[in-house]
Design a protein around this ligand. Structure first.
Ligand code: SAH
Length: 219
């Protein structure tokens, strides 16, 4: 077993399986995707810590456990079309790409979108499509989606994302004030009825955009 492979196996055992991650496909995805390729070279040593890490532009790659909770809550079987908001490094998108048929991921910071697209291409991942845009508006061109994952904290679920969810589809999103968010799973039960379940307390960088937090004006 290569070193990276054994470090991944240890991360899966210690940080995911030992907690409440039990979906075998989710565990297999985490045992396969090389997280060290999605973090800056200087942090490669820490790639398998269960922690967020800086990826530039003031943003972070999410903690593996939080990506796992999100992925597991989406209930993917391999046939779904998935939308992800907040590509960041592209790591979570790569995980989702292993669990679903097609992933469309949106990032508002162009340099991050570009780097993530390059990393995914270098790994030969072809079912993940990166776009540079304001993800609070979703990506209507490819809607509806079976599942939507939001990787940044929103004041409330953006109406555009609720509208782009297929009937029966799931949206996992951190919502609430910047310092105390809850991760919630919203299921679209009918044209107008959405159910909501609490998945626990989390802390994400803010979702900035038209249907998120206001974008700070540069000084
Ligand atoms: N899933 C990522 C974690 C990204 S952190 C990973 O695995 O690395 C959240 C990301 O959301 C940041 O890169 C931030 O720039 C982005 N973001 C914030 N608001 C956004 C918006 N309105 N649309 C798209 N991306 C957004």
């Amino acid at each position: 077993m290569s070193t990276a492979e054994s470090r991944r196996a240890k991360m899966v055992a210690d940080h995911l399986r030992r907690r409440d991650i039990h979906d075998p496909r989710v565990l297999a995805a985490f045992a396969t995707v090389p997280r060290e390729r999605f973090v800056p070279d200087a942090l490669a040593d820490r790639a398998y810590d269960d922690a967020p890490l800086p990826i530039g532009e003031g943003q972070t790659i999410s903690q593996p456990y939080v990506v796992a909770i999100t992925a597991q809550a989406l209930g993917l079987t391999g046939h779904e079309r998935v939308l992800e908001i907040g590509t960041g490094s592209g790591y979570a998108a790569a995980i989702l790409g292993m669990l679903a048929a097609e992933v469309f991921t949106i990032e508002r910071i162009e340099s991050l979108a570009q780097r993530a697209a390059e990393t995914l291409a270098a790994l030969g991942i072809e079912n993940v499509h990166v776009h540079h845009a304001d993800g609070t508006l979703g990506w209507p061109d490819e809607a509806p989606y079976d599942a939507i994952a939001v990787a940044a904290g929103a004041p409330a679920p953006p109406p555009a994302l609720l509208a782009q969810l297929r009937l029966g589809g799931r949206l996992v999103i951190p919502t609430g004030p910047a310092d105390a968010q809850r991760l919630v799973r919203i299921t679209r039960r009918s044209e107008t009825d959405y159910g909501e379940e609490d998945l626990g307390d989390v802390r994400f960088v803010p979702l900035l955009g038209e249907q998120g937090w206001p974008v700070p004006t540069p000084r």
